[in-house]
Design a protein around this ligand. Sequence first.
Ligand code: G6P
Length: 488
Amino acid sequence: MDQVHGNTKLVVVSNRGPVSFAEEAGRIVPRAGHGGLVTGLRDVVLRHRAVWISSAMTTADEVMSQSAGYGSFEHEVDGDTFVLKLVRSDPATYARYYERFSNAVLWPLQHGLFDPLNLPDTNGWWTNYGAYRTINSGFAAAVLGEIADSDEALVSIQDYHLYPLAELIRRHRPDVFTIHFVHIPWPSPDVWRMLPTGIRETLLGNMVANDIVGFHTRRWADNFAACCAELLPGAEVDREARVVRYGGRETWVGVYPLPISMDWWRQRAASEEAKQLTEELRVRREQQQLIVRIDRPDEAKNILRGLGAYDTFLRRNSDAYRGRVVFIVHLIPARLSMSDTREYLESIRARVAEIDALHGSPQWKPVELIIENSIARAAAEHRMADVFMCNSLMDGRNLVSLEMGYLNEVDGVLILSENAGAHELAGPFALSVNPWDVSAQAAAIKTALEMPADERARRSRGLKEAVTSEEPWFERQWADYQVKREQR
Ligand code: G6P
């Protein structure tokens, strides 16, 4: 099986793939992968017939991989045919790589969630970092196998699970072109200084084994260049041009914001289930204004402060708004294997109960907490939200706020954190908030609910236009690839 784009073999690599398999009543059934990364990449992969390499996460994934002789195989999901390759690994090593290093060290570090006064004991980090490298070696072997017969290959590597990958590939195939795209924030050098020196220097050195390193925003790209300049001995950095020279090679640092998948959302919003849920919300809007948020239960999403802001808003405006507003907090269950996530979800439930006890009545529930992985429901909420809340502490992009901008039909107002990467695009049409300032977020809720219709319409139009006119993500990287390949 050989997918080509011109003469180049295209391979996309991410920890989570577009499909995972499950065993149900003795049959193996596909389940679409979730999350912004998967939704954003699927269009690109399908359009270019790339091979998508990801982790085998379930026993059924392993069975599928085995029946394909551990090579790539085609599989159709909801009418789309993907070419997949699933990488098997030892479960204990995988847990250290995924839960303990990727999600307990890199994710919090890059979202500014480390508490410098109570930094966890870094001894364990080394063991988990070892597992992180081991799993990356498995990915490297899978990529090398896939491109063995190709003279020219472009490997598009995704996110923080795979920082060592380009260097591991290059050891065997120095000719291969790699682009590593980081979907999450890249903080300033002072934050990276909290990692053990050996780990951060190796990770940075590995990253500049790529030809191009990409980010959603200028802010994260500039921070990456600053990290190379300050924390990677021997690196020569042109910060203006965002070029890093290291070990005789040159890495370009680029900005390629990932647009939302418009076709995919349009189709989801047109499903019978989504239409029905939309009608239910439309009827509800006759009585109540709808404030909506859709997130994973993740501390970086700042859900407790969002609820705190709503509580403050209700305290300040109880007479005017009692029974006339509802905050729909729709949480997509993810990473529940991690105890931190489960505890966070519990604190959210407790806070919702508190607000209910304080402001609610038998006739009115001020917050509706929905924990469900339902795209149809999300589409309906996007369409009908009067106010959409995204107050993330730090967010690589935050596609969900842009998806709301695209689908909304009622001139909904976006409240948007100034620390979300999407702010570079959507900021001018949103009510910008400082994610730590609860009082200001409470004020923003009131402003949004009371905004005059013409002002709402103007912002909503502007946001739609901005979201729908974004440049294609992969094609821009492809153009840079061609220029840089000529210069090699
Ligand atoms: C979100 C982030 C991505 C990240 C993904 C991992 O979608 O925006 O940057 O790769 O989560 O999620 P997972 O559920 O696979 O841990």
